[in-house]
Design a binder for this molecule. Sequence first.
Ligand code: MIC
Ligand code: SF4
Length: 658
Amino acid sequence: MGQTVTEKILADHLVEGELTPGEEIGIEIDQVLTQDTTGTMVWLQFEALELDEVQTELAAQYCDHQTYQFDFKNTDDHRFLRSAAGTFGAHFSRPGNGICHNVHKENFAAPGKTLLGSDSHTPTPGGLGQLAIGAGGLDIAVAMGGGAYYVEMPEVVNVRLEGELPAWSTAKDVILEMLRQLSVKGGVGKVFEYTGPGVETLSVPERTTITNMGTELGATSSIFPTDEKTKDFLKRVGREDEHVDLQPDDDAEYADELVIDLSDLEPLIAKPSMPDNVVPVREVAGESVDQVIIGSCTNGGYADILPAAKMLEGREVDKKTDLIVAPGSKQASEILARQGWTAEMMAAGVNFSEATCGACIGIGHVPASDSVSLRTFNRNFEGRSGIEDDSVYLCSPEVATAAALKGEIVDPRDLADELGDLEDPGLELPDQYDGSKADLIAPDEAVDDDLIKGPNIGDVPLKDPLQSHLAGEALLKMTDNITTDHIIPATSDILKFRSNVPKLSEFTLSRVDESFAQRALDADGGFLVAGENYGQGSSREHAALCPMYLGIEGVLAQSFARIHKANLFNFGLVPLTIDEDTYEKIEQGDDVEIVDDVGDGVRSGQEEFTVRVNDDWEATAQLDASERERKILAAGGKLSWTKQQYDEGESGATPADD
Ligand code: MIC
Ligand code: SF4
């Protein structure tokens, strides 16, 4: 039987298991990436595992999320990360050099290779044929130590692209259309593989906009085949020799197929406050706009900003609307500046920012109260912009720029009719991505050879092995689609404590219930209850680590997001799936007890556990876990389990050897 592109890359990297959907597989990782807000834990864990050198072909540490360094704690984190990269052998990208996904795409992403990253948008270079997956930090630390990465073999879905995008429709509209059709949980357990005649009409930056935001579908990854467009992009970034031909076999079999005719797409927009709340722009036209931001790992590249610059040339931003441009990489910024476009944008009224994630997680450019913000980003979860009750819309750079010019939401086709001389700017790439490399420090140029820890950098907490008897209060009952931004927000006031778990824990679930952390500590243990898709969004392992620190033993949810579920195992919290009736019946404050011996059950492969509530009624909960996940859970988490492996004398053993 023929293979899909995904299967080809996985088969090439397989160290354990079979490529059967739903079965756990272990794969070898070629490249890893980590960023500043997840990276400190990654390196502390790497240190705790007593590993001394990066074993993957390449590791890159980026400083991109909190580059403004509002607090010395952020600057200390960045210094620690530089010292860790130097000590253990990773590339280091300085604060301000750009967002990890953009800088990685321009400098390291390579077709046919595997990439694991401690950021949920790691699948971005799927647009040039790399199989890239987001994971929790501990999985990155282990992979960097040479261990395999374990993941459930996804179903590979064929997204067949027909036709060609019409004027003013963009790659962002392709992925918004997918979100409209499939919802934020439509991709769980899947890889979206793009095929069909429409593929060759899209450049690599357009493809990476689509693969980047495949994360919002909950997908394990998204990938395009390689072709002349891939070769062309690699040539422009000076890495033509890294091209590999990757096409699905003619008789490749896909689990499912979705057809998108690019010619039918019109400008779309995701309304507040979920990326799948998608409608045609015309449906919300006329809404007054206070702020517009062009940037992020989805639409912050040269190819995204240039169309905006062309639309702005010789025009002015509406007086009541602020337009901020935050490039995804300093390289894009440098090229635009050398070509004179930055000056054009400034003259039109643009506030030009450094290359950073920043506003995407509420760090800078927080919208005014009761205001509307249009962003070219990928997430608009409520409150993520830094203010509760925000009103954030997601759209393409063209739709964003049109709104900045008019001061209200407008379909760019209608604005073009109105203005008469506004043309679709189309897409153009620089001949060469030839920005300076001054901010990228290679391992052989390292400035430090020892770890530098400031006072805010704590230890990684460990959990005791799983107990036999689990009982406690249902401390919080939550709805569907709870995001990791609800569990541990990423705004600057909280983000600065990412390296200090005791302090960070104080903010756990504060966006759902301010009293939660204290109540959890007082109760000395207990459970969380949630609806569908619990833990969607970011890869931040702090969303499991902090509840663990507060004594939470398990989560009862109708379903879990992939990365978060893996993080719960990694930190020894039991993820149990309950049905809708149980979810409806259970109340916050109820006494919950797992009747079975949990320790024994987890070890022996038991799948069903009886949950007794208030000594009054019982329900069944499922534990869907691989043998490896069960061992991790029983040991009290992946760090303890991996250490145990080493202590048991398996010298040189990596988790892949188990
Ligand atoms: C995000 O977009 O939510 C983040 C901030 O990039 C996170 C990583 C983090 O929480 O540090 C992600 O996507 O994984
Ligand atoms: Fe940064 Fe936003 Fe992309 Fe996350 S989604 S990596 S915060 S730009």
